[in-house]
Design a protein around this ligand. Structure first.
Ligand code: FAD
Length: 468
């Protein structure tokens, strides 16, 4: 089904206008394509549009529930310094006098940045807001084209035919839960972090927070300000270990939950808890995508995909922006979008379908040989700085190093790859997330590097105040 394309403009649909979709629209248009963006919500920004609303089912397991897209909590600040978070030519510097000037700003500041980006590049003109894509499938008349069926919030349905569809629907909305024996009859309250907003409901309670990634760490700190005790359950803690400071207790994973309200940890400790907060991550979910099995999600691997972007059998008509997680997200969205745009115009060629498939299969075998579970397929970061991949040797970095990945894409489409300063900032920042303690956002010692960064920003087209 792989189509041969010549150098020309395509009619392209972009699904979702978060940070990925916004830059995809810009890059597609820069390459000369006509673009229509579909956004279910009223605004651009995706995940960064904070809402007090939560889903009625606090674990979000009911497939028929009303979906609330955003998973961010009221206290959220970025987990990377702003200088390395932005797109390459639109620095994420302080927005305005009423913004948050901190280097790790709050979520409102990120939303403002994305709104400014949309305004600067006149992206909103190309978006159909409050329009949910319900189905993407090969066009019945021409299977090299794609039929997109959609419905607006006022109930109006419609469909359009596109040469290509770029999927940017985000992957932090469909919760994943840890399996806990006995949890079905445990009587306490349970929520997934997707539905966590503020700590107030946990006042004076004994709370278990499962997970110690970025969100888990933030949420337990938030809840600890008000709860009686917070028990952290972490895969990264040895099974016989136990730690305690202030009202925080650190345990390994949970062994079982019991009907009497108690929870037994693998270190043998027993806790009677009021609530469990599952900060256990999310699943890739594409309910609208009908590909007759050419793209599947298996143990959170979206595949088969060539370099996390193109399904070999459907390329270049279907592409995904933003699947890899835990790296320089906005930069990655931008560089992947440049690649997709240039492939669609025919300026850059993809290998033949069978070669892309061979490459994908070789990549999956390599992960398997290294003992990396499928669910880490899209984990694109350098293992040297990341305890989640702590058992890997630096030489294995070639499998998953984000800089190698960016350099590879940049070479394909003849664009500039990651700047050295961005890479350096990120390498320090990612270690701080895991080892920098609770106040890592407010302590740094990279003044010289920051001076260099702002000198680089000043060379860019002045669309904002680049003085630090
Ligand atoms: P989203 O922002 O989720 O956007 C997807 C969009 O698609 C949404 O607007 C949604 O409404 C729309 N959509 C979905 N389905 C449909 C449909 N069927 N039809 C129409 N529209 C649809 N990254 C960082 O770089 N720094 C951080 O500090 C950081 N903090 C994070 C904190 C949390 C709690 C989480 C969960 C993630 C964080 N991230 C962070 C990563 C984050 O994924 C990226 O920053 C990025 O914003 C994701 O953008 P996206 O466009 O891929 O997805």
């Amino acid at each position: 089904m792989t189509s041969v394309i010549t150098s020309r403009a395509r009619h392209v649909a972009v699904i979702g206008l978060g940070a990925a979709g916004l830059v995809a629209v810009r890059e597609l248009r820069r390459e000369g394509h006509t673009v229509i963006g579909f956004e279910r919500e009223k605004h651009v920004g995706g995940l960064w549009v904070y809402t007090d609303r939560v889903e009625p089912d606090s674990l979000s397991v009911d497939p028929d529930r009303t979906i609330v897209h955003s998973s961010i909590y009221q206290s959220l600040r970025t987990n990377l310094p702003r200088e390395c978070m932005g797109y390459s030519d639109f620095p994420f510097v302080t927005r305005s006098s009423d913004g948050d000037p901190r280097r790790y700003p709050d979520h409102r500041e990120v939303l403002m940045y994305l709104q400014d980006f949309a305004k600067e590049f006149k992206i909103e003109d190309m978006i159909r807001f409050e329009t949910e894509v319900l189905c993407v499938e090969p066009s019945p008349e021409n299977n090299r084209k794609w039929r997109v069926q959609f419905k607006s919030s006022s109930g109006v349905s419609g469909e359009d035919i596109f040469d290509a569809v770029v999927v940017c629907n985000g992957h932090f909305t469909e919760p994943r839960l840890a399996h806990i024996p006995g949890i079905e009859s445990w009587p306490g309250k349970q929520i997934h972090s997707h539905n966590y907003r503020i700590p107030d409901p946990f006042k004076d309670q004994v709370v278990i927070v499962i997970g110690s990634q970025a969100s888990g760490n933030d949420i337990r700190t938030d809840i600890a300000t008000i709860a009686k005790e917070v028990h952290i359950s972490s895969k990264m803690v040895a099974s016989d270990s136990y730690g305690c400071y202030d009202n925080l207790r650190i345990h390994p994973t949970i062994y079982r939950a019991r009907e009497d309200g108690s929870v037994v940890f693998r270190n043998g400790k027993v806790v009677f808890a009021d609530a469990i907060v599952h900060c256990t991550g999310y699943k890739y979910h594409f309910p609208f995508l009908k590909t007759s099995g050419y793209v599947t999600v298996e143990d959170n691997r979206v595949g088969p995909l060539y370099k996390h972007v193109f399904p070999p059998a459907l390329a270049p008509g279907i592409s995904f922006i933003g699947l890899p997680f835990m790296g320089l997200q906005f930069f990655m969205f931008e560089i992947q979008s440049k690649w997709v745009a240039s492939v669609l115009s025919g300026r850059v060629k993809l290998p033949a379908e069978d070669k892309m498939m061979e490459e994908a299969i070789a990549f999956y075998s390599k992960l398997e040989d290294l003992g990396i579970p499928k669910r880490y397929t899209h984990f694109l970061t350098d293992p040297r700085g990341n305890p989640m991949l702590g058992t890997f040797k630096p030489e294995d970095a070639v499998v998953i190093s984000q800089s190698d990945y960016f350099n590879w894409i940049a070479k394909q489409c003849g664009c500039t790859s990651i700047e050295r300063w961005r890479e350096r900032l990120y390498n320090v920042a990612i270690k701080k997330v895991f080892f920098g303690g609770d106040s890592y956002r407010d302590r740094w010692d990279d003044d010289q590097l920051i001076e260099e960064v702002y000198r680089e920003f000043a060379k860019l087209k002045p669309n904002q105040d680049c003085s630090s």
